[in-house]
Write a protein that binds this ligand. Structure first.
Ligand code: ZN
Length: 148
């Protein structure tokens, strides 16, 4: 178990130091911003939707290791997913970090399972996912104009 824990921590710090899919996304057609005042985490999420499929996804922002690693791992998991699949992943992820699901099908995202032992960090881990939900539902009306 300790080896697994070390591996998971390595994944988190690796994604924190070198976030994947970080920066603006040319051709993005959905955007949402998220903020977690408890920790000061900020994330802006950019999606390029092709019909109902997430063809690309990037994020920007600043936050703690948990929020940054969660956003980075999330963007990796989302590419090529239908938005219904993305929302199922969100449910599974939320269940995993709140302790109501095992997260068995979440792959690398399981690196964040340990968050369930730290309830005050759950919002760090779920920030990017709540932002994703807002972007998919386009709740804040930021239909982004492409810069390209
Ligand atoms: Zn945080």
């Amino acid at each position: 178990m300790n080896d697994l824990r070390d591996l998971y921590q390595e994944i988190i710090f690796d994604h924190y130091r070198h976030p994947h899919n970080f920066g603006p996304l040319g051709g993005a057609n959905r955007q949402a911003e998220g903020y977690n005042p408890l920790c000061g985490d900020k994330v802006t999420l950019y999606l390029r939707m092709d019909d109902d499929v997430i063809s690309d996804v990037h994020f920007e922002g600043s936050g703690c290791a948990i929020s940054t690693a969660s956003a980075s791992l999330m963007t990796e998991a989302l590419k090529g997913k239908h938005q219904d699949e993305a929302l199922r992943l969100l449910d599974n992820f939320h269940g995993m970090v709140t302790g109501t699901a095992t997260g068995e099908e979440l792959g690398k995202l399981k690196a964040l399972a340990g968050v369930r032992e730290f309830p005050e960090r759950v919002k760090c881990a779920t920030l990017a996912w709540h932002t994703l939900q807002a972007a998919l539902e386009n709740r804040n009306g930021q239909e982004t104009v492409s810069t390209e």
